[in-house]
Design a protein around this ligand. Structure first.
Ligand SMILES: *Cc1c(COP(=O)(O)O)cnc(C)c1O
Length: 408
């Protein structure tokens, strides 16, 4: 096998537990019990490149009440993976479809028992029609409020009031949740978050005035858990949810997998420090060769050996998600892989399916040796730094031949 991803189930469960505790998700022994905040586990984009079929059952067994996906196809795949892992439909978490609902999706929503995020009256009309065709089931939906992202969601004010007035007269569609998304959750003391909170409060006022009683009120992402700071965004969310008799929830993705953006302009981010990366991307050495001083390596000869070197060839490249920005010339060092626990610098251009690393200082490197392309010693943050992007894009872009869970 050219390359594969190992998912540490122990670390995934550990990160989930950490987020739950940090979100205030652990029920306390106090009487009356303090309200808790649930953590929806986001497994969209194939669990950020880790493999939703591997991660979804692990998260379900770790106690996730909700999983989040992007569309109905992902939702159906998650249901299938949970069933294949031996988790009965009754024991499975709810599955939130977060990004878009078209008319053609409604039958699958009902067939797989998914909960779509909606913000248009049409979307709920289609669901009501499909519910009618399915013998009068009631479809739960979560209504998204646009508080400042301007991606999806209904604006507070007249538009929202009209939508709520319409849906409160429906029997086939039930508002199970109301949610919004923060645009700058990793920014300490963000004025944008303050503004979004105000708009969400206004929206919740309209929800209550329309006589709706959602079960869930949710907002934010991993950084919302990490960056609670002086603003107390999760305490605020709990208060808002309790006010309408609902439970609060935060939606975490990247932090489950062990990464999180640093807090901008803030102090130490304790959650971020405690997270452990879950993905290890491995490959094997498919060639070892010696080059003399003066020989060029790879496309365009951007690297010239300055001394005799020993090079190892790896069967991964940018087609597999190893970013071309990790290429190295003599003037500009690039990325590295871990061979026998030591750094082996990339030399020359990363090509489509092949990459060359320097193993001159790593004695005994041989054909077939296991190499860590991304994992302990070379993180997605290292790749992101070199590629001028964020860890999200790196892990989502990893396309190995195979993904598997490992216990450790
Ligand atoms: C992807 C997503 C999240 C998770 O974001 P992270 O930053 O990865 O934690 C939360 N909410 C919505 C609506 C999303 O699309």
């Amino acid at each position: 096998m050219k390359s594969w991803v190992e998912v540490s189930e122990r670390r995934l469960v550990g990160n989930y537990g950490l987020l739950r505790a940090a979100a205030g998700g652990e029920p306390s022994a106090a009487t009356p019990p303090t309200p808790t905040t649930a953590v929806l586990a986001v497994v969209k984009a194939n669990a950020y490149g880790h493999g939703a079929a591997v991660c979804a059952p692990v998260l379900a067994r770790a106690g996730a009440e909700w999983l989040g996906v992007t569309d109905v196809a992902e939702g159906a795949a998650v249901r299938e993976a949970l069933a294949a892992a031996g988790i009965s439909r009754r024991e499975q978490p709810e599955v939130l479809v977060m990004s878009g609902l078209l008319r053609e999706d409604t039958a699958d929503v009902i067939r797989h028992g998914l909960t779509p995020v909606v913000w248009l009256r049409e979307q709920m009309e289609w669901l009501a029609e499909a519910a009618g065709r399915s013998g009068g089931v009631v479809v739960p939906v979560h209504v998204e409020i646009d508080t400042g992202m301007a991606r999806q969601g209904v604006a507070p004010g007249r538009e929202l009031e009209q939508l709520l007035a319409w849906v409160s007269g429906q029997t086939a569609v039930r508002v199970d949740g109301v949610m919004t998304h923060f645009a700058s959750s990793e920014v300490a003391g963000s004025a944008q978050t303050v503004e979004q909170r105000k708009r969400f409060e206004e929206a919740m006022g309209a929800v209550a005035a329309a006589g709706l009683r959602p079960e869930w009120v949710h907002a934010g992402n991993s950084s919302t858990v990490d960056n609670q700071g002086a603003e107390g965004n999760l305490a605020w969310l709990r208060g808002l949810a309790t006010g309408v008799g609902a439970r609060s929830m935060v939606r975490a993705g990247i932090a489950l997998y062990g990464y999180c953006l640093p807090i901008e302009g803030g102090g130490v981010s304790e959650v971020r420090q405690a997270l452990q990366p879950v993905m290890t991307w491995k490959t094997r050495v498919i060639g070892v060769r010696e080059v003399e001083a003066g020989e060029t390596v790879g496309y365009n000869g951007i690297f010239v050996a300055e001394r005799a070197m020993r090079l190892a060839l790896l069967p991964v490249g940018y087609a597999d998600g190893l970013r071309r920005e990790l290429s190295a010339s003599n003037a500009r060092p690039g990325g590295w892989a871990m061979v026998k626990g030591q750094r082996a610098a990339i030399v020359g251009r990363v090509s489509m399916n092949l990459t060359i690393v320097d193993v001159s200082g790593i004695a005994g490197t041989a054909l077939g040796d296991e190499v860590v392309v991304l994992g302990d010693g070379v993180t997605a943050e290292d790749h992101a730094w070199l590629a001028g992007t964020i860890a999200y894009e790196i892990v989502c872009g990893v396309r190995p031949a195979h993904r598997c869970g490992i216990a450790g």
